[in-house]
Design a binder for this molecule. Structure first.
Ligand code: SF4
Length: 202
């Protein structure tokens, strides 16, 4: 099948983490991967981002399937159960909220800038070489460190489950995938409701 431009977005994932490794401010570019899927699901009511534009999902396919880095074993069923996906989403959003709060503390002067990233929400890794003090206001840099931590942690979890299970196992409980799926469900339920109301009226 002829390749389309968006079939190469897995390269973007590698470029993103590489750029952040040299200059943490590039972490802000990850907001595209955050806002675009939400925008598509809210305004178009579909999962086009997951199906075509997600570089991270493509990267797991590339490494797991094409490069055979996956054991290709079925994952435990509970990983794709609704209760787990929603719990993981809630956990992820809490961690996201905490990252925003840390950014706020730096913005308000209550806390100083921490030039480190946190892996798996636990392990602090010094990352000072990626930022020259004073380049931007401190909270902008703090957000970069926090956001890069979240992006890297989720990708590492995805890579781990890719190795031990099927290549796209992460996608079965990815918080963004869960969020967009729930939004699409709500949208289709509300449009069906409108259709029913109209057919009852006429
Ligand atoms: S589920 Fe997550 S990682 Fe998978 S394609 Fe969708 S946004 Fe990307």
């Amino acid at each position: 099948m002829k390749k389309r431009w968006y079939d190469y977005l897995w390269i973007w994932s590698i470029v993103y983490f590489s750029l952040g490794f040299f200059n943490i401010l590039f972490a802000w570019l990850g907001m595209i991967d955050f806002l675009l899927p939400l925008g598509i699901s809210i305004f178009l009511g579909n999962k086009k981002f997951c199906n075509s534009f997600c570089g991270r999902g493509q990267l797991f396919s590339k490494l797991g399937t094409d490069c055979k880095c996956s054991l290709n074993v079925s994952a435990p069923k509970w990983l794709s159960k609704r209760w787990f996906r929603l719990s993981f989403l809630a956990f992820f959003l809490t961690m996201f909220g905490n990252m925003i709060f840390q950014t706020y503390l730096v913005a308000s002067g209550a806390q100083s800038l921490r030039e480190a990233i946190k892996l798996f929400w636990t392990f602090k890794v010094p990352f000072g070489w990626t930022y020259a003090q004073g380049t931007v206001i401190d909270w902008v840099a703090q957000f970069s460190f926090g956001f890069y931590s979240l992006m890297l942690t989720s990708t590492l979890i995805g890579l781990i489950v890719m190795i031990f299970y099927k290549p796209r196992t992460w996608c079965t409980f990815c918080p963004m995938g869960t969020m967009t799926q729930e939004i699409c469900k709500l949208k289709s339920a509300s449009s069906k409701e409108v259709e029913n109301t109209m057919s009852n009226e006429f």
